[in-house]
Write a protein that binds this ligand. Structure first.
Ligand code: HSE
Length: 436
């Protein structure tokens, strides 16, 4: 049988890794797919750049349009990134009747609904395992492996750069900016690293996970995001004293009123496995009603780890080249006409526990004023610690852990506490999840 011909858009880190893995494991991959797979045509913005892969035998161009218009190409692998040129190329490929494999989380999270509708109309597949958590096969696990479950919630460390920063801050007391610069040097960070540290990259990935977990359309615009830039070394140390670790989590939970979709720094008990996922590693916890809690761990970024997911998608597409489009695994796990309109909840309606750090004048009655506000707002306190007065400062840091309460009540309480004369500056808030 003729080899299946791949058109590759992008020869950067993941593109180069994909060429290398497909070449190195060609024989094993052909035995799995039932056909040989070759990259016949590839594009890169700058053809003169040094590469991590050998492109011998591949027709090269700096115009990705030539690849998506190539009649010999059956599967287009989009590894350009971003959501402008990549979007145009993916839509052209689909219009040309080609299957698509992509690692592009921003593209799927923001334009996936339209892309999947176009793909369904054309009877082609759009596979995107590499878009979430790099090499961890989390899409396949939720979409296929957990298909018998009602998914209750999921929570993940789905940005390696952010996890690397928090780990280095905790383990070595390093400063934020210094660690971020190292993540950029190592090639983990996004082209715009604010996507990593402000939680946008994680929100892209969480949006995709929630859609396949609950069978709802992709709604990135409704995701709540809070970054890690305001986390201090003190917060990391205080959390540790209380038995918690701070992780930048993407959390999505099904509630009777709708779906929570939120990315923010989170205190989690240090005894949880996921609290011990360090460095650039990713991990996703998924709770199904039948299976219970399951945990998926691995490299969330990097050339060959991400290529592992890209190549698995290529193999899946090759295996289904001859199958009836109606009987393929649906893009969002549920049949397209069976998606639910369960709403995404506004953050004010989400209920969590909290870690609060505030700076208060060290004088009688201040604590009573603060706890009085908590009492009036129906907020129950789980723990309080007061730290020593820093030299030359009239204020002392006080840390509260609260029980679960709606974000709306906590917002009002924080506003009232910040207005007290005895309080200096803003109240730092980090949400807390037991993940039990
Ligand atoms: N910038 C991303 C991360 C790359 O750090 O996880 C993988 O999506």
């Amino acid at each position: 049988m003729e080899p299946v011909k791949i058109g590759l858009l992008g020869l950067g880190t993941v593109g180069g890794g994909t060429v290398n893995v497909l070449k190195r494991n060609a024989e094993e991959i052909a035995r799995r797919a039932g056909r040989s797979i070759v990259i016949s045509h590839a594009s890169a913005r700058n053809l003169n750049k040094p590469r991590i892969c050998d492109t011998t035998g591949i027709k090269l161009t700096n115009d990705p349009r030539e690849v998506v218009e190539d009649p010999e190409v059956q599967i287009v692998v989009e590894l350009i990134g971003g959501d402008t040129l990549a979007s145009e190329m993916v839509m052209r490929a689909i219009a040309n009747g080609k299957h698509v494999v992509t690692a592009n989380k921003a593209l799927i999270a923001k334009q996936g609904n339209e892309i999947f509708a176009a793909a369904q109309k054309q009877g082609v597949m759009v596979a995107f395992e590499a878009a979430v958590a790099g090499g961890i096969p989390i899409i396949k696990a939720i979409r296929e492996g957990l298909a018998g479950n009602k998914i209750e919630w999921l929570a993940g460390i789905i940005n390696g750069t952010g996890n690397f920063i928090l780990t280095e801050m905790r383990e070595k007391g390093r400063a934020f900016a210094d660690v971020l610069a190292e993540a950029q040097r190592l090639g983990y960070a996004e082209a715009d690293p604010t996507f990593d540290v402000e939680g946008i990259d994680a929100a892209h990935k969480l949006t995709i996970l929630a859609s396949i977990a609950y069978g709802v359309p992709l709604q990135f615009d409704k995701a709540y995001t809070d970054g890690i830039t305001k986390i201090t070394r003190d917060d990391v140390a205080y959390a540790e004293q209380l038995g918690y670790r701070i992780k930048h989590l993407g959390i999505s939970r099904r509630t009777p009123n709708g779906i929570e979709l939120r990315v923010h720094p989170t205190l989690i008990p240090e005894s949880r496995l996921i609290a011990n996922v360090n460095g650039v590693m990713n991990a996703v916890l998924v709770k199904g009603d039948a299976v219970g809690a399951t945990l998926y761990y691995g490299a969330g970024a990097g050339a060959e780890a991400t290529a592992s997911a890209v190549v698995a998608d290529i193999v899946d597409v090759v295996r289904t080249l001859t199958s009836d489009p109606e009987n393929r695994v649906p893009h969002l796990a549920f049949q397209p006409n069976q998606l639910s309109n369960l709403p995404i909840l506004p953050m004010e309606e989400v209920e969590t526990a909290y870690y609060l750090r505030l700076h208060a004048l060290d004088k009688p009655g201040v604590l009573a004023d603060i706890t009085g506000i908590f009492g009036e707002m129906g907020i129950s306190i789980e723990a309080i610690i007061q730290k020593e007065q820093p030299e030359g400062d009239q204020h002392v840091p006080i840390i509260f852990l609260t029980q679960r309460v709606q974000e709306r009540a906590m917002n009002s309480a924080i506003e009232r506490i910040e207005a007290l004369d005895a309080i200096d500056g803003q109240v730092a808030r980090i949400r807390l999840e037991m993940l039990g």
